[in-house]
Design a protein around this ligand. Structure first.
Ligand SMILES: [Zn+2]
Ligand SMILES: [Zn+2]
Length: 237
């Protein structure tokens, strides 16, 4: 069963219903005052669809919304100028990115953030943290202590949980590169790992738009501390 939606022109979700006849609740958005629409403003021939399933309003996120009309192909008003953007800003900034890997990953994270691909943001962000911790451990310990970050028996990098523990245990040595490798930072890394895992593995869990936006400043802080430490490690070794 389909879930139809009334959406304001800025992309706020006003109401949803399995019955398109009862979707119009208020005429204007209570958050921004923009007009609420229930069908494509170009062709008036296509109801706005939030999901192919019947899902409650509170479970609909901006990332679920169609970006283009299924009937005439016009971009919906919330798709923005380049046809994709549903929110402005970035999830993490790129102040300390240096390599092509982190640049590409941070760009992808922020692209997903702007188009409302919330789960993808957290999966990619987890990958950024994991890779940066590998680079820190590898830069500092080198191949002489490869067991710190590499599982020789299985010929692969350690699982992320093992990497965080090794990183945690190495903090007294790594503190020469950064003053910010605190217990609180480790706790935040564990939390973001958990979020990324939930998004990658669970079929039920979804992250709300506001929830993700609230995570952004903490996420940027953690990424910047790690990337900055990584840069110092690479400079010194
Ligand atoms: Zn609005
Ligand atoms: Zn249309």
């Amino acid at each position: 069963m389909t879930t139809y939606a009334q959406i304001c022109r800025n992309g706020h979700i006003l109401n949803t219903s399995p019955n398109p006849e009862y979707i119009q609740e208020y005429q204007y958005c209570q958050d921004c005052g923009a007009e609420g629409i229930v069908e494509c403003p170009e062709c008036s021939d296509q109801k706005i669809i939030a999901s192919e399933q019947n899902i409650p309003t509170e479970d609909v996120t901006q990332g679920d919304l169609d970006l283009f009309c299924r009937s005439c192909g016009a971009g919906y008003p919330w798709t923005g100028n380049d046809g994709m953007v549903i929110r402005e800003g970035v999830f993490v900034d790129d102040d300390y990115v240096t390599g092509s890997f982190d640049r590409q990953t941070v760009e992808e994270i922020n692209r997903c953030y702007r188009i409302g691909a919330n789960s993808a943001v957290l999966v990619l962000y987890r990958k950024l943290l994991e890779n940066t911790i590998i680079e820190i451990l590898r830069g500092h310990y080198g191949t002489d202590s490869i067991e710190k970050f590499y599982d020789n028996d299985n010929s692969q990098f350690h699982r992320f949980s093992v990497l965080i523990s090794e990183f945690d245990d190495s903090r007294s040595e790594l503190s020469q590169y950064s003053d910010n490798l605190t217990n609180a930072l480790i706790d935040q890394i564990w939390e973001f790992k958990g979020n990324g895992d939930a998004m990658a593995h669970s079929i039920k869990y979804e992250v709300e738009d506001e929830e993700l936006e609230e995570m952004s400043s903490g996420a940027a802080y953690v990424a910047n501390v790690l990337l900055q430490a990584r840069n110092e490690v690479q400079r010194a070794n």
